[in-house]
Design a protein around this ligand. Structure first.
Ligand code: GDP
Length: 301
């Protein structure tokens, strides 16, 4: 269950609020305090939480006062609940349309992220997703840093019956990316997904490599693959990748486990980039399309 801990805390705060006999500024502040605590405990950036708190308050306070004057507490509750719902949606919705591949043309997708984030797994999941939609999909393994990366991609791709490209001898990831993309382009593939190297931490060498691959393959969409368990560091990591590889979408992985997810949510706001998919397991079909409103609806049960 995605962000179950946060959902439980938000629900409990909203439930006590809905039972309040009187809705006034004090009751609103108490609710916002509980909501802020829940969001902060989920690793959502403190500035974002403060922003949400202020917006909900400024949006609802005047109407609450008016409704309270006529003792219409039910109306006040609805106003506050709607404001909270809308602001939670705004938190995960940067209002940017992600790139959508079209059939009959070449769509190059490049995945970037730290080692262990789930890039290779997510690339195959993406490939399966687009293949099911009728696209002709190919996978390129440009991860020459991690030993066994090509074997892993090869194994996943073979299992999913997806054509792949990689090399055991070529050590230059730029050369592999170019050659792989060229080969699939020549064979008129619709979607070509390039899996790149990661590192254990952010480092300039990795960002330079991403810049060079990006220049070589000219991706239509670069996707940042980010571990959902990543905490406060997610924001600076995402900003650093944004600068080097200007990604246009985010995949958040491992949301089937105990990931708090708040780091990734903060990364969305910091980079104004939409989440497109959520990884929900180790299998190739464990990928969910991300949509802000249904996500918040599910969160609030
Ligand atoms: P990479 O180094 O970024 O290419 O990461 P991998 O794709 O090799 O993934 C690292 C580990 O995370 C592997 O054991 C994957 O099976 C696991 N993994 C990736 N995505 C998910 C996910 O959505 N849920 C779970 N539970 N595990 C995942």
């Amino acid at each position: 269950m995605v962000l179950a801990g946060l959902g439980r805390q938000l629900n409990s705060a909203l439930n006590s609020f809905s039972k309040a006999a009187v809705v006034d500024e004090k009751a609103l502040d108490a609710l916002l305090k509980d909501i802020s605590k829940a969001l902060l405990e989920s690793d959502i950036n403190v500035k974002l939480v403060g922003g949400l708190r202020n917006k909900v308050k400024s949006r609802s306070l005047k109407e609450i006062k008016e409704a309270s004057a006529s003792a219409n507490h039910q109306k006040s509750k609805q106003i506050v609940q709607k404001a909270i719902f809308d602001e939670l949606v705004a938190l995960v919705d940067p209002q940017e349309e992600p790139y959508k591949p079209t059939k009959g043309k070449t769509n190059i997708i490049m995945a970037v992220g730290l080692q262990g984030a789930g890039k290779t797994t997510s690339c195959t999941k993406l490939a399966v997703h687009y293949q099911r939609k009728g696209f002709k999909v190919g996978l390129v393994c440009a991860d020459t840093f991690r030993a066994g990366a090509f074997d892993q991609l090869k194994q996943n791709a073979t299992k999913a019956k997806i054509p792949f490209y990689g090399s055991y001898t070529e050590t230059d990831p730029v050369a592999i990316s170019e050659a792989g993309v060229q080969q699939f382009k020549k064979s008129k593939f619709d979607v070509i997904i390039v899996d790149t190297s990661g590192r254990h931490k952010q480092e300039e060498e990795l960002f330079e490599e991403m810049r060079m691959i990006s220049q070589a393959v000219k991706p239509h969409m670069t996707v940042l693959v980010m571990d959902g368990a990543m905490g406060q560091a997610a924001e600076s990591q995402a900003s650093a990748f944004k600068e080097s590889s200007d990604f246009g979408s985010i995949i958040v992985t491992k949301m089937d486990g105990h990931a708090k997810g708040g780091g990734a949510i903060s990364a969305v706001a910091a980079t104004k980039t939409p989440i497109i998919f959520i990884g929900t397991g180790e299998n190739l079909h464990d990928i969910d399309t991300f949509r802000p409103r249904p996500f918040v609806q599910q969160l609030l049960g």
